[in-house]
Ligand binder design. Structure first.
Ligand code: ATP
Ligand code: MG
Length: 360
């Protein structure tokens, strides 16, 4: 039978109109009954949970409302429903483990809350461009099946100068009432304005509001903030996060894994992976993906099934040249040598690699 806490959770989520949590709990109960051999009961639970899954008009977490934030909120955040999974990310195993645990905590919120604990939900990701920070936010949303709302802080401050704090309040109101993964991209815009000595008063007001809202936020939404310039961030900001993860440029193992995954389906038996690993040092994962796609395109168009080492090396070189002359295709982000050094200097624990093999 279900435990008292599970029953309370079930009734509470129903009373609060929290359909998603109700569904999760019902599924957990079904799984537990399944394990005990109560197959018929488990089936019935699943069937009833499924039947109740369609949200009623006016329920708190209504997908149609989430899909397109309207009015003022619509101008402040962009919404999406990512299908990205954590297994698509190529990251050092310790980072992978933390992210996976975050997902598990969020899925088992009831169990934690029953013991006076809470899932971690305020995450700061720092590191050089193109290392997977935004992709991580998408993967969290994809795993937890939350919509993702993206807040571009820099745009917010420029566009609503003088009113940014009140706009932030609108966003945090949504965070409380509309469950999702909220991505605050380029959070250094807050701290940066202060150190650049722009309007000190405005920047401080915004920063203070952000910290206060962050601290007061009761959940269950997940807040992911990202930055390329962690040294600009105040320790007051860092303290407010439950988890701070440092991303860095891929090491040689990760370089090979990135290229191999992208080339799934191509013939690569003649590629010298040792050369590729060396040549890719200093490029971000995003650069590697784009360079590899470039090489693959050229191979296809010249009628070759196999990808050769020189074709890949040329593509890496072109990528570096593009970086040097700046952003040419609108999607490439510049990784200056200074940025690259900064990325590499961010120390991470030793890295057995996690995630799925190359063919994804
Ligand atoms: N760690 C990674 N694992 C797998 N793919 C990655 C990774 N990092 C980057 N990529 C690839 O590069 C693309 C861009 O990465 P992403 O936008 O997540 O970088 P970012 O760290 O947010 O960069 P920025 O600081 O410029 O916003 C991803 O969509 C993905 O294709
Ligand atoms: Mg990003």
């Amino acid at each position: 039978m279900a435990s008292a806490q599970q029953l309370i959770g079930l009734v509470k989520s129903h009373a609060e109109g929290d359909e998603a949590r109700f569904f999760d709990l019902a599924m957990q109960l079904a799984a537990a009954e399944d394990q005990k051999g109560h197959v018929r009961l488990a089936e019935q639970l699943r069937a009833w949970a499924d039947a109740g899954k369609a949200p009623e008009a006016g329920s708190k977490s209504q997908p149609t409302l989430l899909a397109a934030p309207r009015g003022e909120l619509g101008e402040l955040v962009g919404a999406s429903y990512p299908a990205t999974r954590l297994s698509s990310l190529i990251l050092p195993a310790p980072l992978h483990d933390e992210l996976r645990h975050l997902v598990v905590e969020s899925r088992h919120r009831e169990r934690l809350e029953a013991r006076g604990l809470h899932p971690r939900r305020r995450v700061l990701l720092s590191g050089p461009p193109g290392t997977g920070k935004t992709m991580t936010a998408s993967a969290l949303a994809g795993e937890i099946k939350y919509p993702m709302f993206t807040v571009l802080l820099h745009g917010l401050i420029t566009k609503y100068f003088g009113e940014t704090a009140s706009k932030l309040r609108t966003i945090f109101d949504a965070i409380r009432t509309t469950r999702g993964v909220y991505l605050f991209d380029e959070i250094d815009a807050l701290a940066g304005a202060r150190t650049r000595g722009d309007d000190v008063g405005e920047a401080r007001r915004v920063l203070n509001s952000f910290l206060q809202f962050l601290e007061e936020d009761p959940g269950p939404s997940i807040i992911v903030a990202t930055t390329n310039v962690p040294e600009l961030l105040d320790s007051a900001i860092l303290r407010r996060f439950d988890l701070v993860l440092r991303y860095e440029l891929p090491d040689q193992d990760a370089i090979v894994e990135t290229v191999q995954r992208r080339l799934g389906g191509f013939q690569t038996t003649r590629v010298s992976w040792a050369q590729i690993a060396k040549a890719g040092v200093g490029l971000s994962t995003a650069d590697l993906v784009r360079a590899t796609e470039d090489a693959a395109r050229r191979a296809v168009l010249s009628g070759k099934e196999a990808i050769s080492t020189p074709v890949l090396l040329d593509a890496f070189d072109r990528r570096r040249t593009l970086q040097l002359i700046g952003n040419t295709d609108g999607s490439a982000r510049q990784t200056s040598p200074a940025r690259a050094r900064r990325g590499r200097s961010e120390k991470l624990p030793a890295r057995p690699r996690a995630g799925r093999p190359a063919t994804e």
